[in-house]
Design a protein around this ligand. Structure first.
Ligand SMILES: [Zn+2]
Length: 754
């Protein structure tokens, strides 16, 4: 699913390519290899690159997107069989692994304005002659949000901006309550599933989500087919399951959705929405918004529709009726293995989903065809006698769109083996022209920087690492600019959720990366619509498949290096550095909140409190905040120091090993791998996060109120954000303990090097 930020306003000029030029690329050492090994590895990568083929990727994309292929559809099944056939032809041991998952599709969808005038929403996207696959109405899923509950409600309408918690604070300040109302929110500002969740928490009885042209329509550029952006009747499908609670099949949390698995009753499944929710186009939203009265919306809330944005409630009154077929469908994962020759029990896993909402050229086939190109190229290397030392597993996931179904059920089914064997998971999803974008585990930050340093940008002819660095220098804050110039490695983003890395990283603690190029393709305006097609992608995504090739190189080199390194190429100084930032952030967060509350309470006491966005309007004075206590962060800070020391020692020991030209025996290497494998696992806590035990990672989690957006040190950070002071106090100890456990795991690895 994964939605990237819109295209950058600033074009990149080559003059920024002068940063940090060092020795020629092929002379530099590689993590996990000695000198000779690094030279051999680079030669292997050159052969891998030579076997990648843009025409293959174009042909596969055309084939895989020829018809709609959502989970459970006939063409999704044909695609799975096509993929298995490809893997077998390349020498992989490939099969389809099948699960049975809940996947509702719409039976009834009615949205009408019943007062002050009548309007019945179209709720459909018209075919256009310039887009060859847009006319396949019989196989297209209608516009809807998966895992909305059934409902039939009529109520006055309220406009809630993005529908995130602070938007409701603003409404409350103006005395507007959504209890018993239907809310209309625009897409953006959070993951979509947060909107009905927060609306229901505030007592709304229905939720409509629309695509405002300001965010991805005519305000951004010409609309499709003239330009790339969202046309009047285009809408964004998507899941609204409460995935921050747990992803995967809503009926089988924590266990694989095999045919005989014990299932929850649909009525008690906690990840279904509490109120009915429907996405609509801006063509359908305009008559509803135009009929709203009440105060004019604050400036930041206004979109680009030709009307004055009002908040309501009413007089616009809306009837929303939704009914779904609550059926079980097969989720078919394609799993293809190349067995390792020396350490077959260390698994390197590479995945991308293949199901789409409709034809899905960008999401997900752009990532899928890069993955296929890698696998074919690996197959070519095998034909010349090469075998990976460690086992490589290529996976094409089904049912990612409704809720990471295929990947989550596979991980839950194989949790014990994966926990024992997996050393890396690399994900991709959408991919377009532009800049390398990396999210992932910070144990891999140094490693992926080395990979990115050795891949050449197809248009700018500089390394993709330098291009990403130049982007930070252009677009970053003052601190980010300075850091981008001075820090050897580019910081990679911590992962929240939004694609199939989540079960690997956050449920069982496998070090993970999410890779993709983007920022210069224009695909956001057709996201999750019938217009995300081969025709659109080859005009606006990556017309020459150059960045498809770059993704295949980037992910492919990462897989090859992990497969053949003498020891697993994790490094820890970058990890400790990033965790240090997160610790400082949570301390500052509490300090800032203390100051803000003091100031707010003072203004309330002095009767000088005014509405935030428009002091001339009527407003409701809030009740004073409870004072923010002084939390004791010392255990966390001490544990951080411990982690920093351990990280430094390991990285120094590895450097020394390489300067001495000393090589560990194969047995010592295997033992070291075993110890290293435990370092990411050490970041997990058996009981998981408060109120969401499925999420066990203590450093990264999707935010309970952001959905895709990450929360680092989530147990502590979210308790503070939610002003739950006893819980914040109580979580500091266990999180500190996790850092100490990590430090101990790193120390065990260091002892094996020495
Ligand atoms: Zn996707």
């Amino acid at each position: 699913m994964q939605l990237r930020l819109p295209r950058l306003a600033v074009a990149l000029s080559l003059s920024f390519a002068c940063v940090a030029q060092a020795a020629p690329a092929d002379d530099r050492p590689l993590l996990g290899f000695d000198r000779a090994g690094a030279t051999e590895e680079r030669a292997l990568e050159a052969r891998f690159d030579a076997a990648l083929n843009r025409d293959d990727m174009r042909a596969w994309m055309k084939r895989l997107t020829a018809r709609p292929h959502h989970i459970g559809s006939p063409y999704d099944k044909e695609n799975a069989e096509f993929l298995v056939g490809l893997y077998r032809s390349w020498g992989f041991d490939a099969q389809i692994e099948e699960f049975s998952v809940l996947f509702p599709t719409p039976k009834t969808r009615v949205l009408e304005l019943v007062a002050p005038e009548k309007y019945t929403a179209r709720l459909s996207e018209p075919a256009i002659p310039e887009d060859a696959t847009s006319n396949q109405a019989a196989e297209q899923l209608p516009i809807y949000n998966a895992y909305s509950i059934d409902g039939d409600v009529t109520a006055p309408l309220v406009y809630v901006n993005y529908g995130v918690p602070r938007d409701y604070d603003e409404l409350a300040q103006r005395g507007i309550d959504v209890k018993g109302k239907i809310v209309i929110a625009r897409y953006g500002g959070s993951w979509r599933g947060i909107k009905p969740k927060v609306a229901a928490e505030h007592g709304a009885v229905g939720c409509i989500i629309y695509s405002d042209p300001r965010n991805d329509g005519y305000y951004q550029g010409d609309v499709y087919p003239k330009g790339a952006f969202r046309p009047e009747w285009g809408a964004q499908r998507g899941s609204v399951a409460d995935m921050p609670l747990y992803p995967g099949d809503p009926l089988t949390p924590g266990v694989g959705a095999t045919p005989d698995a014990k299932r929850l009753d649909i009525k008690s499944a906690p990840t279904l929405t509490k109120i009915p929710v429907l996405p609509i186009s801006y063509g359908d939203a305009l008559p509803l918004l135009r009929a709203l009265g009440g105060p004019v919306a604050p400036e930041a809330w206004r979109g680009a529709l030709p009307t004055t944005y009002h908040l309501g409630p009413g007089p616009a009154t809306v009837h929303l009726k939704l009914e779904f077929n609550w059926q079980q469908v097969p989720a078919r994962d394609v799993v293809a293995r190349l067995r390792g020759s020396e350490r077959p029990d260390e698994w390197i896993i590479r995945g991308n989903h293949y199901d789409a909402w409709v034809n899905g050229a960008d999401d997900p086939i752009s990532g899928q065809v890069a993955l296929l190109a890698e696998a074919r190229s690996l197959g070519e290397l095998v034909k010349t006698g090469w075998r990976p030392k460690r086992t490589i597993i290529y996976c094409a996931w089904d049912g990612e769109e409704p809720g990471l179904l295929g990947s989550t059920e596979w991980v839950e089914t194989h949790a014990a083996e994966l926990s024992r064997n997996a050393v890396l998971y690399i994900n991709s999803d959408t991919n377009e022209r532009g800049f390398l974008d990396v999210g992932g585990s910070h144990t891999l930050e140094k490693f992926i920087n080395e990979v990115a340093r050795d891949v050449v940008d197809p248009e700018k002819k500089i390394s993709v690492q330098e291009r990403a660095r130049a982007r930070q220098i252009l677009n970053g804050s003052a601190d980010e600019r300075r850091e981008a110039r001075e820090r050897t490695d580019i910081r990679i983003a911590p992962l929240g959720s939004g694609s199939d890395y989540t079960p690997f990283l956050q449920h069982i603690g496998v070090a993970a990366l999410n890779l993709g190029y983007g920022g210069e393709g224009d695909t956001g305006g057709v996201y999750h619509s019938i217009y995300d097609s081969f025709d659109h992608y080859t005009r606006f995504g990556d017309p020459n498949f150059d960045y498809e090739n770059a993704l295949a190189q980037t992910a492919g080199h990462a897989i090859l290096r992990f497969a053949d390194a003498d020891v697993l190429p994790y490094a820890f100084a970058n990890l400790a550095d990033n965790i240090g930032r997160y610790v400082r952030e949570v301390v500052k967060l509490a300090d800032d909140m203390r100051e803000e509350s003091k100031e707010k309470n003072q203004r309330i006491a002095d009767k000088t409190y005014t509405a935030v966005f428009d002091p001339t309007e009527t407003y409701v004075v809030p009740s004073p905040d409870a004072p923010v206590p002084n939390l004791n962060f010392a255990p966390l800070q001490n544990a951080l120091t411990h982690l920093q020391e351990s990280a430094k020692k390991y990285d120094a020991a590895m450097r020394e090993l390489s300067t001495q030209g000393r090589k560990l025996s194969p047995q010592a290497q295997a033992a070291l791998d075993e110890a290293l494998k435990q370092t990411e696992r050490a970041m997990m806590r058996e009981n998981g996060l408060p109120r969401r035990p499925w999420f066990r990672h203590q450093i990264y989690a999707p935010g309970y109120y952001t959905g895709y957006g990450v929360k680092t040190l989530p147990a502590v950070r979210e308790a503070i954000e939610q002003r739950n002071w006893p819980e914040a106090e109580q979580q500091i100890g266990p999180v500190a303990q996790t850092l100490n456990t990590m430090a101990a795991a790193i120390d065990r690895a260091t002892a094996l090097v020495q």
